[in-house]
Each structure stands twice: as structure tokens, then as C-alpha cells.
Write a protein of this length. Structure first.
Length: 131
């Protein structure tokens, strides 16, 4: 559905360290620096961008916004969360675990990146049952 997602940062190299670690746990390669100075992470379905704000103002996180990443297992969610904590992220909401929702049972972990952007790693437990 989405072609790309971009998050702002006030410290590009700190953000790259965080996203190399967390997205690396999901199978993405290291961020690639573009000529304009931001970093991109490529997938078969879209692009994730870490960039200083174009308008030159300080980066701030979205109030109410969350960026979610699909995971292939509970273990992948856990590795993503641990990598985020190790590189300056902070747990947001409850610790990683099962949430029973109207969309089914999900294994979720939430982090705030070093700039305060809210992120989520999600694994649908029904996927495990169906396999």
C-alpha cells in the first residue's frame, strides 16, 4: 500500500546506528547514504528513509503516529526489540508480548527510536497456527 515511509532525525549517524540494528534483525541491509545525505533502506515493497527535516527545523515525532514492521516470528520481534534497546531506543507501552485484539492475537513490541518516533514490530500468531 505504501511506497515509502520517512522519519526525521536530529542526529543522522545515531539514527543510522539504530535502524541498521533494528531493521537488520528483520533482514534488511545497512542503510545506504544518498547524495542528499539521508539514509534509505530498500525492500521489495518499499523504502524506509531516515532524514533531517527538509525545512531545516528540528525533527519531532508524530503525536499519535506509529510505524509498524511485519515480522516472521516471535523470535524476530524479540531480536528487533533487543537491538533497538541496545542502540538507544526505549520500550514504549507494555513490554513485548501477546495482545488479543479484534484483528486476532498479535505478538507486539513497541519502541521509541532515539528521536522519539514510535515503532512497532508485529507477528500475527494465527500465522503460526496456520503453518
Amino acid at each position: 500500500m505504501f511506497s515509502h515511509v520517512a522519519v526525521g532525525t536530529n542526529d543522522l549517524e545515531r539514527a543510522k546506528l539504530f535502524y541498521d540494528a533494528t531493521l537488520g534483525q528483520l533482514g534488511y541491509g545497512e542503510g545506504q547514504k544518498r547524495a542528499k545525505g539521508d539514509y534509505v533502506y530498500l525492500s521489495d515493497t518499499g523504502i524506509f528513509i531516515v532524514t533531517p527535516p527538509i525545512d531545516g527545523q528540528p525533527a519531532t515525532h508524530a503525536n499519535g503516529g506509529t510505524i509498524g514492521f511485519t515480522c516472521r516470528s516471535v523470535e524476530e520481534v524479540e531480536r528487533w526489540h533487543a537491538a533497538g534497546i541496545a542502540t538507544g531506543g526505549k520500550t514504549d507501552q507494555d513490554p513485548p508480548g501477546i495482545r488479543n485484539t479484534e484483528a486476532g492475537s498479535l505478538y507486539l513490541a513497541y519502541l521509541r527510536d532515539p528521536d522519539g518516533n514510535k515503532l512497532c514490530a508485529m507477528y500475527r500468531l494465527e500465522d503460526r497456527l496456520a503453518a
